[in-house]
Write a protein that binds this ligand. Sequence first.
Ligand code: PBG
Length: 320
Amino acid sequence: MSAFPATRLRRLRRSGALRSLVRETRLHLDDFVMPLFVGPDSKANAELPALGRFSVEDLTSEVEELANLGVKAVLLFGVPEDKDAEGSGAWADDGIVQRALRELRPRFPELVLLTDVCLCEYTDHGHCGVIRDGEIANDESLELLVRTSVSHVEAGADAVAPSDMMDGRVGAIRAGLDDAGFETTPIVAYSAKYASAFYGPFREAAESTPAFGDRRGYQMDPPNVREALRECELDLAEGADVLMVKPALPYLDVIRAVREAFDAPVAAYNVSGEYAMVKAAAARGFLDERQAALESLTAIKRAGADIVISYWTKELASWL
Ligand code: PBG
């Protein structure tokens, strides 16, 4: 490369049109997934609008609006009326997510309906698996996650996204879906999901804060990246179709490492705390929300994510 003055990198930054011509990363709504919460009744969230909750009826109108804006995919989370030790609301045939799916499926045949598969919103203790002798029982929890996945697909889900971080869940879910005749349904695995402080606002919205302890015994330890690659490798071997890294912004290096190590599609979850930080700073006048959000989402794509799950998806539809 010849040096200055022959080379002046500013030449291509002189106008918006020139910058656009050489832009390496672009945001497209097709790559975005909007998370949505469904519960027994609607509950708006004034400060963090995307973390509000919808009744099945209101969810249908929200999804209609999203579809009209051009949003192509949503990820459903359920907040059940009652919780129990096993989280039976997760796989109940008339569970909240199953009911929502049966409403949405026929109305929006083109929309990609993804469901989060986990027990934490449904267990009275708020952990992602069943508890035996004070410990999260991995192998016993698998059966319940399989049941949940199959019932979501029966109700109309296009793909399931297990977020529990039990060992072996992807293989168990794959086998369970295949046995039920759903061998064509993809698994979007939350492969590298960290035990993060950035899930706070989500847990408020989903009422899934653990009643005791924390999730560090099953979610990944934030300092580790090689371990994330092992998680991804195992998930792929067990039949994962998409690998996910979560959270996104504090883990851009992990997204990049996963992108470089594997050819499978990579998803990144721009989680509730990442959204809340920008919202809160914007509300106090410290940041411009739109610019900060677009820059954040672009950074996630630049790091290597193919798919981005973001609470800004709805706003993005009007920004783009
Ligand atoms: C359920 C689940 C969580 C999130 C997605 N699925 C919470 C958790 O693991 O505690 C977090 C999403 C977000 O913060 O936006 N296990």
